[in-house]
Write a protein that binds this ligand. Structure first.
Ligand SMILES: [Fe+2]
Length: 125
């Protein structure tokens, strides 16, 4: 990413709080066993990776610059791998059916969060 910025004479901006990630942290179930807490974290991470993957897919498909398009394609593939790995790992710590059930709940909770978030033009990832 830094190489791509440098090539284009751009600098990395200051890190911002990610409102989406902050909101997601609020749906993490507190308490339970260590395994349950771990599964909660793994699922939230799986979700963040999956959404990154979707954004990179859009960038890959829509961006006019061929070099950046290839770059985003590679990031998309990488994020897809991370998403799958987090989900797979969660299923090694808890009954896969329970993980799937909690995953669907988290997706519903995320949808509710997104409904209340404003669309902003100053970020993509
Ligand atoms: Fe990732």
């Amino acid at each position: 990413m830094l190489d791509q910025l440098k090539k284009r004479g751009l600098a990395l901006g200051p890190q911002r709080k990610d409102e989406y990630v902050e909101q997601l942290q609020k749906i993490v179930k507190k308490g339970g066993s260590r395994e349950q807490q771990l599964v909660e974290k793994l699922l939230i991470n799986a979700l963040i990776e999956a959404r990154s993957c979707e954004r990179f897919r859009l960038l890959w498909k829509e961006i006019g610059d061929a070099e950046l398009s290839k770059f985003y394609y590679e990031l998309m593939v990488s994020e897809a791998g991370h998403y799958k790995n987090f989900l797979k790992l969660a299923k090694t710590y808890m009954d896969p059916e329970l993980v799937e059930k909690r995953w669907r709940e988290i997706l519903e909770q995320e949808a509710a969060i997104l409904k209340n978030m404003e669309v902003r033009g100053d970020r993509m990832h």
